[in-house]
Design a protein around this ligand. Sequence first.
Ligand code: NAD
Length: 495
Amino acid sequence: QAVREPLMARLKALESVHWRAEPTFPGDTPGEIAPITMPHDLSAVVGTRRDATAEEVEAAFARAANIQPGWDALGGEKRALLLEEAADLFEAHTDEFLSLCQREAGKTLLDAVLELREAVDFLRYYAAGAREQFGAPTILPGPTGEENSLSLHGRGVFATISPWNFPLAIFTGMAAAALAAGNSVIAKPAEQTPLIAALAVKLCHEAGIPPEALQLLPGAGQVGQMITAHPKLAGVAFTGSTETAQAINRTLAGRDGPIATLIAETGGQNAMIVDSSALPEQVVRDVLASAFQSAGQRCSALRVLYLQEDIADPMLEMIRGGFEALNIGDPASLATDIGPVIDPDAQARLERHVARCLASDRKVTRLSLPPGVEKGCFVAPTIVEIGSIRDLSREHFGPVLHVARFRASELGQVVEDINESGYGLTLGLHSRIAATRRFVQARARVGNFYVNRNQIGAVVESQPFGGEGMSGTGPKAGGPHYLARFATERVMTID
Ligand code: NAD
């Protein structure tokens, strides 16, 4: 109580701030201006976004290309110090970030706190990586009389294109990695959440990262398209939907200039398998968190729950019991478990999906929305019974959980069907049988396999995160191999 009440009062005081996101170096002719409204109350304006124009994109590339060799030559140690200073400043601005995560992205306080923690962890982890991997060259063995050494350098100008669902952590993580590796960065945040990104960039500049080395270019997909089509681009770190990653891949393939690297982290059709040896209370807790925390708007979120036939009815009853106790509403209230979805488009897409499920006579359980949420983008949390993951052709990014049943003898087929979806992000398993764990692990083509726990909430450094197939290119964010993909290797041979 002693911490909570003053914090809530400080967050309340920040509600009067009007935030702004604009290109780091605004040009003479301003681009379009759009209001940013709260997902849980579309009548409340949090700030404004000024979109980057074609001229501003061009000028940003010229500046970024100009500064990059100097930024690279600074070396890993100096870049690490700047990133660590940024991490400290992020922590010092906790209130502003929590307020923006709630008001711009509709996050609950718990989600906002976790998000800030992850952003700070990314800054410190990639700073440590810069120090370790971008320091003195590695001396290589060679013929007598020769000295061979290998060093890592930035590739050039890197674009980072980020989603709205982790508007701070993913935005910061990709930019920090690209900077740590010696690239200059052009950062395009999601159109829904540019204000959080603008604060993050401002603090990075205050920490001493040159503004030319980290430039913000707000805007929608067209701005991302202009950036990815630019001939000076050396690489793109993208997180978002599979469809957009495929569009970026096509843009990169069609342009002249250097062959750009694409690091993509995309969507998932994540399943959890629960067998009859699972502990029911643990399953209920983990299913509800995996499917409904953050209103299901996590790439790792549970979409398809497979229950072993023998336990399916009692387990589903217990899950429904926990489900009915969830609180939906204003993310600023500490009692809220589930806030809004991001915007009216997302809301309409999810409602269309639920309507199709109802029309096809699937068993659907929905919570009722409380009064007072009409001005926001709320979707009633929903459980839909389906035959198998094959009934779903795409990711449904929100609080909708699909439930299927399987017989013990069908476990191999279940894993095969999950693989056949083409996605490969997270998979959960609740089983106390070690042989089942080994069986599933040996067959499942997923990036992150979580056993007897929820499948959201990867921890930087401990649980590097990312998928395969339609879920991403790898390497995993927050893992030991990530920075190398942002870098190029140079070998020097001295006779
Ligand atoms: P999105 O693909 O709609 O947008 C992501 C970004 O791409 C935005 O900044 C957008 O403006 C930009 N963009 C859109 N069209 C573009 C184009 N043609 N060229 C260049 N840029 C373009 O995704 P979203 O709705 O913001 O985010 C939700 C999606 O992100 C979900 O599919 C989710 O699973 C995925 N996601 C994946 C991970 C992961 O780590 N694998 C993490 C978070 C979110």
